[in-house]
Every structure is written in structure tokens, then in C-alpha cells.
Design a binder for this molecule. Structure first.
Ligand code: F6R
Length: 366
């Protein structure tokens, strides 16, 4: 059932091109140039009436929500708040009938997320669930549902569910931006065409998986790893750190590149690995300054960059290249080497990769 793979997690990492293709294909118009959502069928008025969007989720799904804030605010210019479900419930949130609540959950059964959805509905919000499980509790509770077509995810650490959540959320941002007139048809087509290339481009990352494995071997006895990034790469840094902690049990932390000098630099000492995500071209120069700050303290830096980068490569010890794409599309591919790093680190440390200690696949207790 693992199809020749040693673990479900690595099988699911390699299934991402198919999962992404399946999530995309039913939402692209026949000419390949615009987004359609038959299951939503919104009018411009449906989008114009949204005062703000509340995204609520847990764990990896929450990290997808962090990126969705960039997608939606930049492409559709609608304000977005992102909340951890267990926090949302108890903070007397500003949610009303002008709020669209987007709930993200792979399993559709996470109890805190379900409760947050109920709370948002109680306050009069419209609700939209992004979930991977047809007929799940969350899919039944929400007003509307957008399914990620990732297929069953067995490994406890979420991989293909996350990338398909990013795809669904980016499509949704494009859809809303077109409906409310904030996004031009040309820009929509440009991003969509880059998104459609992703399943094929993933092969390049898989072909270089051994480089990531070597890094995992090099870092296997480290006690702390730092992930840094700016803009969308900051959200990805959080996901990379979670994945590493979850299955390799190496302590990891994510920092916004600009935040290091506000305390964290104290922890960057000789030999500490820093995974520097620098795929976002508009903040590349700033990331290079942040990389220099950690290099000056003798960190071992892995730069994760677009494949035509020349500048970051000059400042780091190791480089991981990601096929070039639109800024909004980059995260869908950039997370894959981070998943691989966590996976190989867990394997070399002899951990139970698919069932990490103390964790369950779907968390139905509060
Ligand atoms: C991490 C992971 C968890 C889940 C979280 C939410 O790899 O899988 O953080 O993302 O428990 O689960 P769902 O998406 O099923 O609500």
C-alpha cells in the first residue's frame, strides 16, 4: 500500500504533482486562462459584500492560512485575519455578517477548528471550508466547501494536504480579485499559467532530493535549527520548522528575517544551521542582509532560492534551487525541500516517521 516507498510520508511528498494537478484542473476554464469555481458560483456582489475575511485553522492548515493572507490581501485587496482555531474561540472575535470565515482542515474533523466554525456562524458570518475529506464534519457544517483533491493522507505529518490548500487558496484569491475588479485578467492568467506548470516543475526538486538528504545527514545531531524568511517565505519558514520538530524531534524555530536582530541573533552561534528562504524577489536584498547577519556569527546557512539566483548563492554555505515561478506560486514548490529535510532527518535519526511520538492524525480532543 506504500507503493514501493519506505514510508507513507515520502510517498505522499512524491504524490504532490498529482494532488496539485487534481486540485487545479477542475478549477481552470477550458482555455486555461481564468479561474472558475463551479461549487461557489459567486457574483461580484457576493465578493463586494465581504467586509473582512477570518481564516481559522490549526497547525499546518494554519500555516496555509498565513500564506492565504498574502494571496487575498495582495490580489483581492480584502483585509484578512488569520487565527489559530483554539485562540479564535475564546477571544470574543470581531466577527459579524460582513465576515467571511474560511476554515482550513485536511481531515475536516479537528475539534477546535469545528468549534471555531460554529462560533463564527453563531456570530452571523458566512462560512467556507477548505477540506480534503468529503462528508467530514467541517464540510457538513460550513455554508460552502472547496475540496482539496489530495487523496487520502496517511502520514501524521501533513504534506500534500498543505500544498493543495495553498493551491486552493491561491485560486480563491484570484477568483475574488477578478470578481471585485482588483485584479486584471492578464495578471490572473499569468499566475494561473505558472501554477499549471508546477506539477511538472516538481520533478526538478525530486531529482535533487539527494542533496537535501545529505544536508539532513550533516545536521542530524544538531539541537536547534532556525528557519528565516520574509513575506510569504516567513509563513513557509513556520511550516518548515513545524515539520522538522514534528518528526525529527530537532528543535526548530522560524523567524521573520527582519526580526532576528530583536533578540534571536543571541542564539545564532558557531555551526547553528539556518535555513534561509529567499525565493521572494521583492525582498531578496533584505534577505541577503539577514543572511550576512547570521553568517557573521558563523551559522551554517542553507539558501533556498529561485533557480536563476546568483546573489544569495554568494553568501551561503549550501544552496537549494527551486524552479522559477511567479512570487505567489513559489511557496507551493518551496515547501517541498523543507518536507524532505524533515523526512530525511527523521529517517537518519531512526524515528517512526509516519507516527511521530505523542501525535495523532486527527485531533478530536480539545
Ligand atoms: C502537522 C499536522 C497538523 C495538522 C493539524 C490540523 O504536520 O499535520 O499540524 O495540520 O492538526 O489538522 P487538520 O488539517 O486535519 O484540521
Amino acid at each position: 500500500e506504500k507503493g514501493g516507498f519506505e514510508h507513507f510520508m515520502i510517498k505522499e511528498i512524491f504524490e504532490q504533482p498529482k494532488a496539485i494537478r487534481d486540485t487545479l484542473s477542475c478549477r481552470v476554464a477550458d482555455d486555461g486562462k481564468s479561474v472558475k469555481f463551479d461549487e461557489l458560483n459567486w457574483s461580484p456582489e457576493d465578493v463586494n459584500s465581504i467586509g473582512k475575511i477570518m481564516i481559522t485553522a490549526c497547525g499546518t492548515a494554519y500555516h496555509a492560512g498565513l500564506l492565504a493572507k498574502y494571496f487575498i490581501e495582495k490580489l483581492a485587496r480584502i483585509p484578512v485575519e488569520v487565527d489559530i482555531a483554539s485562540e479564535y474561540r475564546y477571544r470574543d472575535p470581531l466577527t459579524d455578517s460582513k465576515t467571511l470565515c474560511i476554515i482550513i482542515s485536511q481531515s475536516g474533523e479537528t475539534i477546535d477548528t469545528l468549534a471555531a466554525l460554529k462560533e463564527a456562524k453563531r456570530r452571523g458570518a458566512r462560512s467556507l471550508a477548505i477540506t480534503n475529506v468529503v462528508g467530514s464534519s467541517i464540510s457538513r457544517e460550513a455554508d460552502q466547501v472547496v475540496y482539496t483533491w489530495a487523496g487520502p493522507e496517511i502520514a501524521v505529518a501533513s504534506t500534500k494536504a498543505y500544498t493543495t490548500q495553498l493551491v486552493a487558496l491561491l485560486l480563491l484569491a484570484l477568483y475574488m480579485g477578478r470578481l471585485n475588479g482588483q485584479l486584471s485578467a492578464e495578471k490572473e492568467t499569468e499566475i494561473l499559467q505558472d501554477l499549471q506548470k508546477v506539477p511538472e516543475q516538481c520533478q526538478y526538486i525530486f531529482d535533487h532530493a539527494d542533496d537535501v538528504k545529505q544536508l539532513a545527514e550533516k545536521f542530524k545531531n544538531k539541537e536547534d535549527v532556525f528557519f528565516i524568511g520574509r513575506s510569504m517565505d516567513y509563513g513557509l519558514a513556520m511550516e518548515g520548522a513545524l515539520k522538522l520538530k514534528e518528526i525529527s524531534y530537532i528543535h526548530a524555530e522560524a523567524y521573520a528575517g527582519g526580526e532576528l536582530k530583536h533578540g534571536t541573533l543571541a542564539l545564532i552561534v558557531d555551526g547553528v544551521p539556518v535555513i534561509a528562504l529567499a525565493t521572494q524577489r521583492d525582498v531578496e536584498e533584505k534577505m541577503i542582509s539577514n543572511i550576512k547577519e547570521v553568517k557573521a556569527r558563523n551559522a551554517q546557512v542553507v539558501g533556498v532560492v529561485q533557480d536563476d539566483d546568483t546573489e544569495v548563492a554568494k553568501t551561503v554555505d549550501y544552496i537549494i534551487k527551486i524552479p522559477k515561478s511567479d512570487n505567489f506560486v513559489m511557496p507551493v514548490m518551496t515547501v517541498i525541500p523543507l518536507q524532505l529535510l524533515a523526512y530525511y532527518a527523521a529517517v537518519v535519526r531512526g524515528n517512526d516517521v509516519d507516527k511521530p511520538r505523542n501525535l495523532a492524525k486527527s485531533v478530536t480532543v480539545e
